[in-house]
Design a protein around this ligand. Structure first.
Ligand code: ADP
Length: 495
């Protein structure tokens, strides 16, 4: 019997109030049952929001450094449980064990980063144009934050959202992805054990669609922080806009690596392999387009196909696996569907292009590392997010065309540029349209201290991660103190 996951509301593990269809999660790498749960319903959302709202009254008054101490408590627990959680991650969503450890490490790094923010001021003191008048800003919490997370970074992304929300004095209702609910439970256990008061952090589980509307439109939810697909994110935006709720979105990507004719091709090759096929290409920052200068194009395609075709695909728990299983069957079918579209569009298959079914692959969702060449910038495989180990190579004649092609997509999360020409590198960093831009490095690997998010259909202007995450999870208040004893009139008295 696999482990059961309940909701966590007001400090208690509780069953859904509704009938709740039974959901079972299986290891995408071998079909073993991992956990089961019941689909939550709107009454569970209402209970979680009510608990978070009630807890907010006291939690917002706790001094910020005291809140940060609870985050530091949680780091001890995450460190102690790192290996066990990483092992679970390889089984629940399929990423290789080294990457799973990195995912948990990101939560540890984020905890230290955000706990330190607990002792910073974040305000400005602003000189007044009038005498005996002081002006300064302070940051205040928003209230109840709904944290909706995807399965691909099942501990790291909840940590990016929970820690800043909590340190700023907000309370939370967390909705982990249905494919990584047991890791959501582990995350909630950790915060509970760290000493956060009851009601401050709550979790509701199950598919997003049945409860999503209630959660994002609930009158007592002040802010929604969402990471996931563009379709779902924009649908949430349409629902929250008329209610004027704070919304932080991080959605899809179609991230390019540009390789110029003077690039270090060996360096570019290994960067491309890692950022395109790591996590089976299931990262929002994964590279899915390589834009190569015509002078080095044929050579690079050959290098890429030779290496990609030999990458070891296997269960995440095997340290030799370069990448693991695809998260679920629906996603596997979507990837294969895009490969068929690419073939119909006239792209040339250099390697891969198939579901892996033989031997050890038989019980899991595995897809071969796939490289297409002869891809035109307007093809669907070059425009739409595939979220799998499928890479499209596009040939260009010069720098200008490379930048034009790189920017010619609806997304703008991460871009990368390889060249030994320092002037061109600086130009590219200005001209590429994305929230993150890497020079002589692949498109993945953001650090906790850097603002993270994207342009165009990737985001809506907020940046989680870095100092900007504090902006996303707080309101600014400007305080104006007039100690002149007179009615002073700005813009009038001294002009
Ligand atoms: P992915 O394709 O990465 O699974 P989704 O956008 O479907 O991306 O899912 C990301 C998160 O959003 C998950 O936690 C999912 O349950 C949740 N979700 C899905 N549909 C909705 C919805 N209508 N409202 C709110 N959350 C949703």
């Amino acid at each position: 019997m696999s482990e059961e996951v309940l909701n966590f509301i007001n400090g208690q593990w509780v069953a859904t109030k509704g009938k709740g269809e039974k959901l079972v999660r299986k290891d995408p790498g071998n079909g073993d049952e991992i956990c089961h749960m019941r689909q939550s319903d709107n009454a569970d959302v209402d209970a979680a929001v009510a608990a978070a709202k009630a807890a907010f009254a006291d939690w917002k008054k706790v001094p910020r450094p005291e809140r940060a101490k609870l985050i530091l408590n949680s780091v001890e627990i995450v460190r102690r449980r790192k290996e066990e959680i990483a092992q679970l991650m390889t089984r629940e969503m399929g990423k290789p064990i080294a990457e799973a450890r990195g995912d948990v490490q990101e939560a540890i790094d984020m905890a230290y980063y955000i706990a330190a923010e607990g002792r910073r001021g974040w305000g400005w003191q602003i000189p007044s144009e009038l005498p005996n008048k002081r002006m300064y800003t302070m940051r205040q919490p928003l209230g109840v934050c709904a944290l909706i997370t995807p399965w691909n970074f099942p501990i790291a992304i909840p940590s990016w959202k929970s820690y800043p929300a909590l340190v700023m004095g907000n309370t939370c209702v967390f909705k982990p992805a249905e494919d990584t609910t047991l890791l959501g439970k582990r995350w909630t256990e950790i915060l509970h054990e760290s000493g956060f008061p009851k009601g401050v952090f709550n979790m509701v589980v199950g598919h997003g669609a049945p409860i999503g509307d209630r959660l994002v439109t609930h009158p007592d939810v002040a802010m929604v922080s969402f990471t996931g697909s563009t379709t779902t994110g924009l649908a949430i935006a349409a629902k929250t806009a008329p209610l004027n709720k704070r919304l932080s979105l991080e959605m899809g990507g179609k991230n390019p690596v540009v390789i110029m004719d003077d690039a270090d091709l060996e360096l570019a090759l290994h960067a491309v392999l890692w950022c395109s096929f790591g996590t089976s290409g299931q990262r929002c920052t994964a590279c899915s387009r390589v834009i190569v200068h015509e002078k080095v194009h044929d050579k690079f395609v050959k290098m890429l196909a030779d290496h990609a075709g030999r990458l070891k695909v296997g269960h995440g728990s095997d340290p030799a696996s370069f990448f693991g299983a695809i998260v679920n069957e629906k996603q596997l079918a979507k990837i294969d569907g895009y490969v068929q579209i690419g073939l119909k569009e006239g792209a040339r298959l250099e390697c891969g292009g198939k579901v892996l079914k033989d031997g050890a692959y038989a019980k899991g969702n595995y897809y071969a590392a796939t490289v297409f060449s002869n891809v035109r910038p307007d093809m669907r495989i070059a425009q739409e997010e595939i979220f799998g180990p499928v890479l499209s190579v596009i040939k260009v004649k010069d720098y200008e065309e490379a930048i034009r092609v790189a920017n010619h997509v609806a997304y703008g999360l991460s871009t990368s540029f390889f060249s030994r020409d320092v002037n061109l590198c600086h130009r590219a960093s200005e001209e590429l349209e994305s929230g993150l831009c890497y020079i002589n490095a692949g498109t993945t690997g953001a650090e906790v201290s850097t603002p993270f998010g994207g342009w165009k259909n990737t985001g809506n202007g907020h940046r989680e991660g870095g100092p900007t995450v504090i902006d996303a999870f707080s309101e600014i208040k400007t305080v104006i103190i007039d100690y002149s004893g007179k009615v002073q009139k700005a813009q009038i008295d001294n002009n």
